[in-house]
Design a binder for this molecule. Sequence first.
Ligand code: PRX
Length: 658
Amino acid sequence: MSESNTGIESSMQENRLFSPPAGFAEKAWISSREQYETMYRQSIDEPEVFWGNAANELHWFEKWTTVLDWKVPDARWFVGAKTNMAYNCLDHQIAQGRGNKTAILYEGEPLQSDGQPQLRHITFAQLRDDVGRFANGLKKLGVKKGDRVTIYLPMIPEAAVAMLACARIGASHSVIFGGFSSQAIVDRVADAKSTIIITADGGNRRGQVVPLKANVDEALKSTDLVRKVIILKHTGNAVGWTEGRDVAWSDVIAGQSTDCLAEPMDSEDPLFVLYTSGSTGKPKGIVHTTGGYMVGTYLTSKYVFDLHENDVYWCTADVGWITGHSYVVYGPLANGATTVMYEGAPNHPDFSRFWAMVERHKVSVFYTAPTAIRAFMKAGRELVDKHDLSSLRLLGSVGEPINPEAWMWYREVIGHDKCPIVDTWWQTETGMIMITPLAGVTPTKPGTATLPFFGVDAAIVDRDGTELGPNQGGLLVIRKPWPSMLRGIFNDPDRYVKQYWSDVPGVYFTGDGARRDGDGYFWIMGRVDDVINVSGHRLGTAEIESALVSHDSVAEAAVVGMPHEMKGQGIAAFVVLKTGKLPSEELKKALMGVVTKSIGALARPDQIRFTETLPKTRSGKIMRRLLKEVASGNEIKGDTTTLEDFSVLAKLKEKDEG
Ligand code: PRX
């Protein structure tokens, strides 16, 4: 932990309170405050009864002997049970009469000659067949239960097919966000020891083709772990081909049966690994297992989004993030919902695209990120107002604190004052939504994720684990296990303990600072470690620093977050050059290019500042707090007596003013 979390001050005051819209509760799963309180009490006092009941709404090949086996920090949920996530998302839905219902509603980005986008409506029955065929194809390529399969695809139905096919045969998928570069692929493939990559020729983004296959080819120059690359023909651009290694998706499925046995997975068998940034350079492979993750994402999707049979549900996240895993693919499909997948940018051809889509598909539940909302605000409400958004009944937000101004705009301009907003707090590690309003019953305030979901024992504590009083800023911890909690960091049990279970004794530390107000509502104040949240995505400063230092002109680099109007946080990089190297605009551009190439455009610094040396403590730790203040243009305050070189700060300030 950094020095910054010893005392967290909060100056935010927000007194506006919005009751759930009249009539919403009547048709909602959770329809009264009393029902919520009774269920919440049971979920905390008798978690085994509560979660056992929830699990009974799903399909199991064999039931559990014990709901929970818990010894800090290792949880086992639904011990001894056998199930299959893909079976629950497909066969179990078909068995309930949803075979002809649309499971995935896909819209492509390019507009065709008639001005309309490409659409695909894939029913649960078709999806089951597609998954079965592809799963059989994977088996034929030698993929077995327990293997890790890397998926690097655009936001297209085949991404869900690939994930579900892995789940069906018991292989763990490791999805890499399509915006990540080849270096990110190398690191993740190597850590996961993955021998198969599933990709496409390209993906569509803002009128351009993202060269996914070329990125994979570049990555595979640095590792020989991968024996097969499966390539889906999607954008039709030319790609290189390595004989013996590369195989077309169409050849993988050719001649395969649509029937593929859903492997009876032990509840604690892994379902997937997903890499996320931590405060050291190496991304962490967060491991989620089968039964608990399934129950957690199922129940939160049902209650938080209040999913009903006729809903058209759209979560705008990419499948490369946990939100895409839990709330584009698994949670909604396990509820038999229609889930929308859009491959493309929110501003193509302009910022009205999302609202045109809401109108076109009569989207009823819409879940997006504050960064997107701020971009829409900036583009202007005219782009929204020309569309009929009357189908919307519930709005959601995720990824970072939503500033009250954006919350109000979301409510008024998108929700026309009639849609409740659920601001959902959770993490890659938690697998499911943890703190959230329930739309029919929780009065909301702009900027707070409000109250814990069922079974979630969240608290604000100091470093010793002592619970703090109302409005005292502290560390956000979870004191009881929950079904979809991470089961570890892939191949690194020590880091799991150190990262989450060591800062505060006996409880899960989220890495976030927060406070609870007088009503018990949680206000997230941001991360307390060296992790920056850019557009709702966590980026480790160390990873960006090591990219910068890989350039031959750079001796040292320090990266910090700074306030950014659109992205929540932007990235400022302080760079010390090697002797004899001179600062220049070209060098700045080159350094930005290095970061884009090694991590992806998301991590590209917004500012690069050259400096002769970095402010450090006597023990050699970079004083990020000072750099943050410089980057955000604040006066430097606080204790500087441990600075190694007092001249450094003055020099940084001079540059700032110059
Ligand atoms: O700091 C919190 C912030 O995003 C972090 C989790 O990032 P990631 O694992 O990438 O998952 C993002 C999507 C779940 C958290 O530790 N965060 C997420 N949602 C919120 C939030 N901060 C405030 N309010 C939220 N609703």
